[in-house]
Design a protein around this ligand. Structure first.
Ligand SMILES: [Zn+2]
Length: 254
């Protein structure tokens, strides 16, 4: 099985799974600037010494995911996973991170739509020309009934199951990317774990959801997409529908 060195750049909010405890999409960048997706990783169920942060290198054995047609998807042997060193720091406008993450430059959504058709590309980094808004829409408050009955079974037979809260809103960026063909109508859902965690933390701290939504807006729009920030979006396609979503934000100062 090939041995890989990956700079982790995104972790998505966990989704329920029939086969695993939960599904987290973890993606990152190889030393040569290529993108890779590692899944499944049951992140919260890994032993603590294996927990890795964003912008930390990990080493892991992984093989091409046979059931997943997406070009960058690899199945890791989690027993071999180990974090290497500290996460790369943000000094000098994220210089160390930029050298790896932007080694091959940014793309546009229009280019990625094409590359998906021609080469099966399913991950990329996009530099929006303009971010118009962070759209917030109400979403289901509970996981779908089939997942709830699965959770009940898991609780009965596996007391080690950790609670997984459903986020009752859907957050999306509306933006234009930097392509002459761009009509400026991208609206893409944000699946970043950091967003879900922030929402839950703020809701618990302030005791209401609308304040939590405001805090998410402040961070993901006002800060991450500020005038003096060189905002990029990590983007990828979903396994089932192939829809492009935002997996995380790369936001060094300009
Ligand atoms: Zn575009």
């Amino acid at each position: 099985m090939p041995h890989m060195r990956v700079l982790i750049t995104v972790k998505t909010y966990p989704l329920p799974s029939r086969t695993y405890h939960e599904l987290v999409c973890t993606a990152g960048v190889l030393p040569d600037g290529g993108f890779v997706r590692l899944y499944p990783i049951e992140y919260r169920y890994l032993p603590y010494w294996q927990w890795y942060s964003k912008y930390q290198w990990i080493e892991v054995d992984a093989e091409k995911h046979e059931k997943d047609p997406r070009k960058e998807s690899f199945r890791p042997d989690c027993s071999t996973l180990r974090p290497v060193g500290e996460p790369l720091d943000t000094k000098d406008k994220w210089r160390k991170r930029r050298e790896i993450v932007l080694a091959r430059g940014a793309q546009t959504m229009e280019q990625l739509y094409e590359l998906r058709q021609t080469e099966g590309v399913s991950l990329g980094i996009v530099r929006p020309r303009e971010v118009y808004d962070l759209v917030v829409e109400p979403d289901d408050r509970e996981w779908k009934p089939r997942w709830q009955s699965l959770f009940q079974q898991q609780r009965l037979f596996g007391p080690q199951q950790k609670p997984l809260e459903k986020i009752p809103f859907r957050f999306s960026y509306r933006f234009a990317c930097d392509d002459p063909r761009c009509r400026g109508r991208h609206k893409m859902m944000i699946a970043d774990w950091e967003l879900g965690q922030l929402f839950l933390r703020m809701r618990d701290q302030h005791g209401d959801e609308l304040t939590a939504v405001q805090k998410v807006r402040q961070r993901f729009l006002d800060q991450m997409c500020a005038e003096d920030v060189d905002t990029h979006f990590f983007v990828g396609t979903t396994a089932h529908y192939g829809t492009w979503i935002v997996l995380g934000v790369f936001w060094p100062k300009k």
